[in-house]
Structures are given as C-alpha cells and as structure tokens.
Design a protein around this ligand. Structure first.
Ligand SMILES: [Fe+2]
Ligand SMILES: [Fe+2]
Length: 166
C-alpha cells in the first residue's frame, strides 16, 4: 500500500518540533544576545516557517478539505478548531519573526518577547500535533475511501507543485 499523506504528515511532526525546540532553547540561553546569535536563529526560523507553511497547507487544503465534508455527512465534528490552530501557529511565527527582526537592530528589549513567542509556538504545536495524530488522522484513515485518498493525493501534488505557501 502506498503511504497515506497523513502518515507523511505525522512523520514530519518530530522534525518540526525539533526545530521549534532548538529555536526556543537558543532564545532561552544567552546566545541571541549577539547579533550573530540572532542571525542564526532567524535562519532557522525562515526554514521552519517554510516547512510549517507547506505542512499546514497540505493539511488544510488536501486532507481537511476532503475529510470535513465526509465527517459532517456522518454527523461528525467540523475541523474548524484545527484550522484555527494553524492560524494561531502563523501568529506565533509572525510575533517571533517580528521580535527577532527588531533584535537585529539592537533592540534587545524584544528578546524576551521572542522567547515568549517561541514558547507559545512550542506549546501550540505540541498540543496541535498530538490531536492530529490521536484524533483527526486516525479518523481520516478510518473513513476515507480509496477514491477520496486519490483526491487528497491530487490536491497535495498540486499544492507541492505550485510551491504554494500562505
Ligand atoms: Fe496541523
Ligand atoms: Fe500536522
């Protein structure tokens, strides 16, 4: 059997969390006090942002868009909270980026704000990834037909090919 997109997304979670933990740990240490330290963190953040953007787009626009109508038809839950959590993740990323950007100009007072945003991002992602792994993806694997998975894969290919990110 070919790998389901949900399996690939679950496999991406540990790598994403590791990147977030590394950024949060660097901000919790004294490393970013130097301009060089802040630049290293900003580079890690740029990669994380790209990866999270694609990851969330594949969930919103490939998995959830096929799964949600099926769930609602069965009297099940709407996936709105999960989509809202993706927006929350984007807000934390934005805050983190903003606070770090300001830090590069010497406004060190924003480093505590960056550290807080990294902790918020960490907490939101840990909780969100766990719910996807324990609730949403198992539901998808249980109810989606081969035809529906075909649709998920076609949508995912289009998203990846277009390089689409929000
Ligand atoms: Fe997600
Ligand atoms: Fe995910």
């Amino acid at each position: 059997m070919t790998e389901r997109l949900t399996q690939r997304l679950v496999a991406e979670h540990p790598g994403l969390l590791a990147r977030i933990h590394a950024i949060a740990a660097a901000l919790a240490s004294k490393t970013p006090a130097s301009a060089e330290g802040a630049a290293v963190i900003r580079r890690g953040l740029a990669t994380l942002k790209q990866e999270l953007d694609l990851h969330a787009s594949l969930e919103d626009d490939a998995v959830f868009s096929v799964l949600e109508p099926e769930l609602l038809e069965r009297g099940g839950i709407a996936l709105t909270p999960f989509k809202e959590e993706h927006d929350e993740v984007r807000r934390h990323l934005h805050d983190l980026e903003h606070a770090l950007g300001a830090a590069s100009t010497g406004a060190a007072a924003n480093l505590p704000k960056a550290a807080q945003a990294a902790r918020d991002l960490e907490g939101t992602c840990e909780d969100h990834f766990r719910k996807e792994e324990e609730v949403v993806f198992p539901m998808a694997e249980e109810i989606l037909t081969e035809e529906a998975w075909g649709k998920v894969d076609r949508l995912a290919e289009a998203i990846t090919a277009s390089g689409f990110t929000r």
